[in-house]
Design a binder for this molecule. Structure first.
Ligand SMILES: Cc1cc2nc3c(=O)[nH]c(=O)nc-3n(C[C@H](O)[C@H](O)[C@H](O)COP(=O)(O)OP(=O)(O)OC[C@H]3O[C@@H](n4cnc5c(N)ncnc54)[C@H](O)[C@@H]3O)c2cc1C
Ligand SMILES: *[C@@H]1O[C@H](CO)[C@@H](O)[C@H](O)[C@H]1NC(C)=O
Ligand SMILES: *[C@@H]1O[C@H](CO)[C@@H](O)[C@H](O)[C@H]1NC(C)=O
Ligand SMILES: *[C@@H]1O[C@H](CO)[C@@H](O)[C@H](O)[C@H]1NC(C)=O
Ligand SMILES: *[C@@H]1O[C@H](CO)[C@@H](O)[C@H](O)[C@H]1NC(C)=O
Ligand SMILES: *[C@@H]1O[C@H](CO)[C@@H](O)[C@H](O)[C@H]1NC(C)=O
Ligand SMILES: *[C@@H]1O[C@H](CO)[C@@H](O)[C@H](O)[C@H]1NC(C)=O
Ligand SMILES: *[C@@H]1O[C@H](CO)[C@@H](O)[C@H](O)[C@H]1NC(C)=O
Ligand SMILES: *[C@@H]1O[C@H](CO)[C@@H](O)[C@H](O)[C@H]1NC(C)=O
Ligand SMILES: *[C@@H]1O[C@H](CO)[C@@H](O)[C@H](O)[C@H]1NC(C)=O
Ligand SMILES: *[C@@H]1O[C@H](CO)[C@@H](O)[C@H](O)[C@H]1NC(C)=O
Length: 619
């Protein structure tokens, strides 16, 4: 064994790697003087990162009070993105805010996969300066917006990070949008907004609402607009009605690997435009603004269905005995009918501390156009009546016979004058700082309709957790064991099914009726080995069960199992090779690199037996 750059590698491994990006422990790492020069170039916006929870560890900087402050904010989804190295879902956490009394479990606090330096960019010049510095000094470069990514794509050991959250050139409303340059007509005669910087969806929703419009964004108001979300597809409660968020993009402003800022739309750099509409963030360039379609606001119908198990009969060794799981499977088999009726949103199957299984489905239907007030109020009433009739016929009629004996059913309707009024009235999923283990899969009509038996079997697999193939299932028994939430994203069908030009999203999106997602949480006190066992179980058993039931589909790259060995095929489908060609055209030197991103072939993070390590060229 040989110690290279502080990490254990196999003897002889070094010669395999022709070239590595300079890491902080390397002699080639830029000097303080060089970093200071960069700092001057970016007008003092360079940050030398320190682990967030450094104060929790003995040594210089130890402070119980500061540690307490960090620990109490650790799962705050507004606090995390404020830090240049705040990541909601670190796959590797090398400095958690632990109580120093139990420090033996974590002897070191290190930056780990967090960037070494961050440019708190406020415009194209800062971005270009960062790119130039990384290229000239052979330093790894990453792009970060909110840090919400679940596949570590906005992180990198020993990297310089370009942080786009503080680019704030405003939100701009266009009654009618024309391309900034170029001659071809956009064909879009509706309105649009330009999101010029690191805004989050809550900002965009508020802005569109002020103009009486809606915009297709995420379910969580804290997800960033123009980063990984928009570039990777983007779904929410309005995607069914209008198409994926990325389908709405009319134009991007992008800083390329060359440092040049360009416009990408259907007329200029159309290949780059296509790649940035579905190919994922972090690898084609640094997006500074996006112009997206907006639509007049309309009344919104809301239905909340909750099915709560009775008498705690969570016999997890025999999941077929769970009435709520069976009911959920029957409901899922009817999703095509609900989706075709326009119901959209995300339903959840979960348990609370030792409690029964609960299926909760907060769904909306975006109601009809209200232009002609006299006849349309009748049209709205007819649409509401029809939606209720479908919900009763497809779902409630089947559920109600078991109400009171097997489970408790609540079914509530409300109408809201606008989508924004509905959004403001409900609770949304939130990001914190935790390590969920996630896997997902698209399900088409044929694998849902009439397949309640198979779906119940799948839910049985997803809601049990095994240490390894022989151990007994153990789920939802409180914080000392792992827990599972199954998410049923009804965010496609409708306009998502329309194939649109200049898009590179996984074609499987167009046929999907359901994006099924499972999220496991390791027990709070789990050690690395246990977490590893859970990850392996997720990929080899749970994801496999999803694939077996829905073969040949794929999934959404932003909500996928990063350990899926078939990620290229499953996340990009037939688009992958074309995306690589576009990546090579716009970034021939591979300045931008991220794990699980298009065109990352030829480079690998060499970790040896450590949790992180330098980025090296491999043959
Ligand atoms: C709580 C929560 C809820 C979510 N809900 C939804 C949802 O409803 N619908 C949905 O579709 N997705 C949802 N997601 C997934 C979300 O789309 C991804 O996490 C996405 O990657 C977040 O993008 P970001 O830019 O905010 O995050 P970051 O982690 O900052 O970046 C993600 C990726 O984009 C790159 N990137 C960031 N900014 C730029 C830029 N300016 N230019 C180029 N590349 C950039 C990064 O390098 C990285 O590769 C949710 C995530 C969370 C945490
Ligand atoms: C960059 O300059 C600013 C302002 O002078 C300073 O506050 C900051 O600490 C510097 N950053 C680094 C990494 O030295
Ligand atoms: C962090 O938590 C403390 C409570 O411990 C709270 O007072 C503070 O406002 C929180 N936020 C920040 C940014 O520190
Ligand atoms: C840390 O542990 C010590 C000793 O067990 C205990 O007294 C203290 O309250 C703990 N602090 C926190 C923040 O939990
Ligand atoms: C866009 O172009 C059309 C047709 O050329 C023109 O009539 C319209 O005024 C332009 N709109 C804006 C906002 O420039
Ligand atoms: C507008 O529509 C025409 C006709 O369908 C098409 O040829 C052209 O490419 C479209 N333009 C854009 C920008 O999509
Ligand atoms: C599980 O429960 C179902 C329904 O109660 C029953 O038919 C089945 O035999 C049980 N299976 C096992 C292995 O106990
Ligand atoms: C609504 O329209 C239907 C037919 O479309 C009609 O039969 C009905 O009377 C109308 N109701 C009202 C209140 O206008
Ligand atoms: C289910 O039964 C409960 C208790 O009997 C009742 O309050 C509730 O209204 C029923 N649910 C529906 C949707 O009818
Ligand atoms: C795995 O099994 C061991 C031994 O049975 C147990 O202590 C541990 O909690 C289990 N881990 C998980 C994640 O279930
Ligand atoms: C896996 O199962 C075997 C028995 O088949 C057991 O000896 C071993 O401890 C288990 N591993 C874990 C990590 O629980």
């Amino acid at each position: 064994m040989l110690l290279i750059k502080g990490f254990l590698l196999l003897a002889g491994a070094q010669s395999v790697f022709a070239k590595c990006r300079c890491a902080p422990t390397d002699e080639c790492w830029p000097s303080t003087t060089q970093w200071n020069t960069l700092n001057s170039t970016v007008a003092g916006k360079l940050i030398h990162n320190q682990p967030l929870a450094k104060a929790c560890y003995h040594g210089p900087g130890y402070s119980a009070a500061e540690c307490q402050r960090v620990a109490s904010n650790w799962t705050n989804e507004y606090w995390i993105p404020e830090s240049p190295i705040g990541y909601s879902y670190p796959l590797v956490d090398t400095c958690p805010p632990i109580n120093a009394s139990s420090i033996a479990a974590y002897p070191l606090c290190e930056l780990g996969t967090s960037p070494a330096y961050t440019i708190r960019a406020t415009g194209a010049d800062d971005v270009a300066a960062g790119i130039r510095f990384a290229r000239e000094n052979n330093v790894r470069l990453v792009i970060k917006n909110t840090g919400h990514d679940i596949s570590q794509r906005s992180q990198g050991y020993g990297s310089l990070s370009i942080w786009t959250k503080h680019v704030k050139d405003g939100l701009h409303f266009h009654k009618q949008f024309n391309y900034s340059e170029g001659s071809c007509p956009s064909n879009w005669t509706g309105s649009a907004i330009t999101i010029a910087g690191g805004y989050i969806w809550q900002d965009a929703y508020d802005f569109a609402t002020k103009h009486g419009h809606v915009v297709v964004g995420g379910g969580d108001p804290t997800v960033g607009c123009i980063g990984g979300f928009l570039q990777g597809a983007g779904h929410g409660s309005l995607s069914h009605e209008f198409g994926l968020a990325t389908d709405q993009v009319l134009e991007y402003k992008v800083v390329l690997a060359s440092g040049e800022t360009v416009t990408a739309n259907a007329c200029q750099n159309a290949d780059l435009f296509t790649a940035l509409r579905g190919g994922g963030g972090g690898t084609f360039g640094v997006v500074l603004s996006a112009t997206v379609k907006t639509y007049p606001s309309r009344p919104t119908l809301y239905h909340e269905l909750i099915v709560t198990g009775l008498n705690n009969n969570n016999n997890h060794d025999n999941t077929t005995s769970s009435a709520v799981l069976d009911a959920t499977a029957r409901i899922a088999s009817k999703y095509p009918a609900l989706v075709d009726e326009g119901f959209a949103g995300t339903a959840f199957l979960f348990t609370q501390e030792s409690g029964p299984w609960v299926y909760s489905a907060p769904l909306i239907k975006f109601l009809g156009d209200n232009k002609d007030s006299s006849s349309s109020s009748n049209a709205t009433a007819i649409a509401i009546a029809h939606a209720k009739e479908v919900m009763h016929r497809e779902i409630l009629a089947d559920l109600l016979p078991g109400n009171g004996s097997e489970y408790l059913v609540t079914s509530e309707w409300s109408t809201h004058p606008s989508w924004a009024a509905w959004y403001a009235s409900t609770h949304h999923t939130t990001a914190g700082n935790n390590q969920p283990l996630m896997a997902s899969r698209f399900f088409g009509q044929a694998v849902l309709s009439g397949r309640e038996v198979e779906l119940a079997g799948l839910l049985g697999v997803l809601t049990t957790t095994k240490n390894n193939t022989t151990s007994t299932a153990k789920v939802g028994e409180g914080s000392s064991s792992s827990s599972t939430t199954v998410l049923f994203n009804l965010v496609s069908g409708g306009k998502v099914a329309n194939d649109v030009r200049y898009t590179s999203v996984n074609p499987a999106w167009r046929d999907a009726y359901l994006l099924l997602q499972t999220v496991d949480m390791a027990p709070a006190n789990a050690d690395a080995e246990e977490v590893q066992a859970l990850k392996a179980d997720l990929t080899t058993r749970k994801l496999k069960a999803m694939k077996d039931l829905a073969p040949g589909t794929g999934t959404y790259l932003n909500e996928a199992d990063p350990y899926d060995p078939d990620w290229r095929q499953d996340w990009f489908g037939e688009w992958y090779e074309q995306l690589v060609a576009i990546k090579k055209k716009y970034d021939p030197e591979g300045v931008f690199w991220c794990w699980r991103c298009v065109g990352n072939e030829g480079w690998e993070e060499v970790t040896g037996s450590a949790l992180f390590g330098p980025l090296c060229q491999v043959d």
